[in-house]
Design a protein around this ligand. Structure first.
Ligand SMILES: NC(=O)c1ccc[n+]([C@@H]2O[C@H](COP(=O)([O-])OP(=O)(O)OC[C@H]3O[C@@H](n4cnc5c(N)ncnc54)[C@H](OP(=O)(O)O)[C@@H]3O)[C@@H](O)[C@H]2O)c1
Length: 243
């Protein structure tokens, strides 16, 4: 990739598949050089790298376990040496392995918090020194975080996303003087959700009567990139789910 000043670099974690893939394509179309961070999906990451490159944009697949802080530090040192900056970081990793809180396996708890919350922090810590004034961080949350309530299934996931919102606001306040904006986009029931209710029941859960598309989420990310005076905010993109 070209570290020239006219190029902008976006890092997307969990970027090889599903929502992350859509975000990488959307950011490449906007002109970003995209670094596709992935953990195990080598084939998907390489295929996406080739697809973006074939479109005339730039992409680099980078295998990093974001739960490993030394690996994350090494990855951002490499990005600093190679690309020279990070204009946008999207923390998209969000493992969801729902278990009832009465029997939640401590190993699942550890893995969820390590990947979804600590991993996002390690990436922020690595990216911020490489971020020019005016850069941006977008964390991917989940709809309905604002009024904390009981979630007996997947408590580890909800804790990780609530923590990520708190981190979003702390970093937003701390970095506002440098015009670095930190926001969150929170999907509801996406069309690829593992929890999607059957079509006939969907409108009971989602007032707008349809599941969200990956494009709906990418659109909100694009909005935040243009919203130069918006920081520390969490936008539910969820058709009214969990309102
Ligand atoms: N899908 C939904 O309905 C929905 C609803 C609400 C919120 N969200 C949020 O939207 C985001 C994307 O959701 P999704 O369903 O597309 O995600 P996903 O398929 O569960 O995960 C995306 C990628 O995260 C990567 N990953 C997991 N742990 C990692 C680690 N420690 N280091 C590096 N990469 C890691 C995996 O990469 P590899 O494949 O390379 O291992 C995986 O492909 C998440 O934050 C999720 O919480 C989704």
């Amino acid at each position: 990739m070209n570290p020239a000043a006219d190029r902008r670099v976006a890092v997307v974690t969990g970027g090889a598949r599903r929502l992350g893939r859509q975000l990488c394509l959307s950011l490449a179309a906007r002109g970003f050089d995209v670094i596709i961070v992935y953990r195990s999906s080598d084939h998907d990451a390489r295929t996406l790298e080739q697809e973006i490159t074939a479109s005339g944009a730039r992409a680099r697949a980078l295998k990093v376990d974001v739960a490993d802080k030394r690996a994350v530090a090494a990855a951002f040192a490499g990005i600093g040496a190679r690309e020279g900056c990070v204009d946008l970081l999207v923390n998209n990793v969000g493992n969801y392995n729902p278990q009832n809180v009465t029997a939640l396996d401590p190993d699942v708890w550890d893995d969820t918090l390590a990947s979804n919350l600590s991993g996002a922090y390690y990436c922020c810590y690595g990216a911020l020194p490489l971020m020019p004034d005016g850069g941006s961080i977008i964390n991917i949350g989940m709809a309905g975080l604002e009024g904390i309530r009981a979630n007996t299934r997947g408590a580890d996931y909800y804790v990780s996303k609530t923590g990520l919102l708190v981190l979003t606001r702390a970093l937003a306040a701390a970095y506002a003087p440098r015009q670095i904006r930190v926001n969150m986009v929170s999907p509801g029931q996406l069309e690829n959700s593992v929890d999607l209710p059957p079509p006939e029941e969907l409108s009971r859960w989602v007032p707008m009567g349809r599941s969200g598309t990956l494009g709906d989420i990418a659109q909100a990310v694009q909005y935040l990139l243009d919203a130069a005076y918006v920081t520390g905010q969490n936008i539910d993109v969820a058709g009214g789910y969990r309102l």
